[in-house]
Design a protein around this ligand. Structure first.
Ligand SMILES: [Cu+2]
Length: 174
């Protein structure tokens, strides 16, 4: 995969009803696990062809200890990798973060275009605008958390929130 391929992939915005499951205030597209809170997961719709896709979200820590996003899984992909985008000699490149991504105590991490992304490798189905992508994040200490990124337009560079009407998994608020 090259950087161009990578840049075409992204995520939709919106978390699944994890907050509700945990008995926390259910903000439609936010989620919480342990002392970490996340917001606005989103993916970019995938163009015809291709076998990858990418997702984004923000993570905020209210923990006194360092946390680490170590991986993610999704039924729509053979596997999900955490990638960093960097510029080398004027060209965008991406590399896998084999040790995951640290979330410092009280820190804030943005997984967004041009920086980090969660990459769907061996994608099994298209990511269609308005749909939610099942995605589970693995946080080293806090555990697993389901997030349901909403798929935005193929050219989107940030979440719009449009998918909120449909709700996580497309039916939460129906
Ligand atoms: Cu990538």
């Amino acid at each position: 995969m090259d950087a161009a391929t990578c840049a075409v992939e992204t995520f939709g915005e919106e978390g699944p009803p994890v907050a509700a499951v945990l008995g926390l205030p259910a903000l439609a597209h936010d989620y919480k696990v342990g002392m970490l809170a996340g917001a606005s997961p989103w993916a970019r719709a995938t163009p015809p062809g291709g076998t990858v896709g990418a997702g984004h979200l923000s993570i905020e820590s209210r923990s006194a200890r360092a946390e680490r996003l170590v991986g993610a899984t999704s039924p729509v992909a053979g596997h999900v990798e955490l990638h960093a985008m960097t510029v080398e000699n004027g060209a965008m490149r991406m590399r896998p973060l084999d040790d995951g991504l640290e979330v410092a105590p009280g820190g804030h991490v943005e997984i967004k275009p041009g920086g980090y992304h969660l990459m769907f490798v061996d994608r099994k189905q298209p990511l269609r605008e308005g749909e939610h992508v099942p995605l589970t994040l693995e946080i080293r200490k806090a555990g697993m958390v389901d997030v349901g990124p909403v798929v935005e337009r193929v050219e989107a560079s940030a979440p719009t929130g449009r998918g909120r009407q449909a709700g996580p998994d497309g039916d939460r608020t129906r």
